[in-house]
Design a protein around this ligand. Sequence first.
Ligand code: ZN
Ligand code: ZN
Length: 397
Amino acid sequence: MCDVVARVLGQGDALPESGRRRFLQALGATAAAGGLVAAGAQHAAARSVQHRPGADGHRTRLVLLGTAGGPAWIDGARCGVSSAVVHRGRVHLVDLGAGAQQRLVQSGLGGRSGLGSSLSAVRAVFLTHLHSDHVTDWPALYATGPMNIVGRALPPIEVFGPGDRGILPRVFPPGRPAPPVFNPEDPTPGISAMTGYLRKAFANDFNDRARDSNFTGPDRLFSVHDIDLTGIWDIDPQGKPPRLRAPIPVWEDDDVRVTATLVDHHPTAPAFAYRFDTPDGSVVFSGDTGVSDNLIDLAQDADYLVHEVIDPVFVDRLVSTLPAEIGDPLREHLLAAHTTIEQVGRDVAEPAGARNLVLNHLVPGNNATRRWKAAQRGYSGRLIVGEDLLQLPVGGS
Ligand SMILES: [Zn+2]
Ligand SMILES: [Zn+2]
């Protein structure tokens, strides 16, 4: 759902006061409508799936750390979106929503020294896009990471994500006056520039610890890369990506190969999907996107497709009390930039031939599981509704 709702909420001048109040009431009503029963059930479910040892013996595993989508905290039972592909004990993270580091420790992937080892097995991080619900824990990892590497014997953690977009997105809805620009001298920083700002923001802490103890800072622990789109896409304000003929090579290490494609999360751009190929099988992460042909190409014959999903009933509730001239385009936009329950199995996983479809980035996070299971319609593979800390084996070894 990301920034559109936040933008509407933040634009007092774009919405008459009565409409704004009704919109806020709709949000509250929606959160309540998902119900106490669903929230309670999910608390219990989250407890029951913590650190499932059944997948521990597998050489390659998919681990869901957090499964909630969007920056709004619906009920807190699910953490923000974050996942891991584990191969030969090395952890590769995809997105870092709120609570990712906490879930990393709870998952058992963070070492068990009891001395601060949550990042000791992390080899690389891949960020799909820079919306806050996907990167909120990057500052936490960056600032505290050097204190959480007890026993680490790996090279630096490679971090990949979008580069500088270079141009602001169009204003929505069309015709609305352009709002003030944040940080106008650098309004669209990529992951490298964002990390540069973090280095400055935490300088006091880093200098304190460097002088007071043997703290070496984050520079030697993290190696941060913008994914280069030169010759692939010159991003425009609309942010609708071109059809790619081939995936973008991102990273390779021993027998883990990571490729990416551009997905359609317009106007947000670039937004990446990632594919991990290992000797035991493949795992694809959609990131945030509407139905995307590029993604269907990337996910061909994947063992696991981990895909975002939004409930259109939630969207309807969200916009139902808004004036039509605001609600209609908002609904259209939310459904174009995300993938609905009805679409994700039938229109994405089925044509991709993915053997398992794992739903994550659930919007809203407090829906009953049975509602998400409607994604099975039109999909002949196995549907798995994501839960925080769920571990799934990849391949048989
Ligand atoms: Zn997003
Ligand atoms: Zn998101």
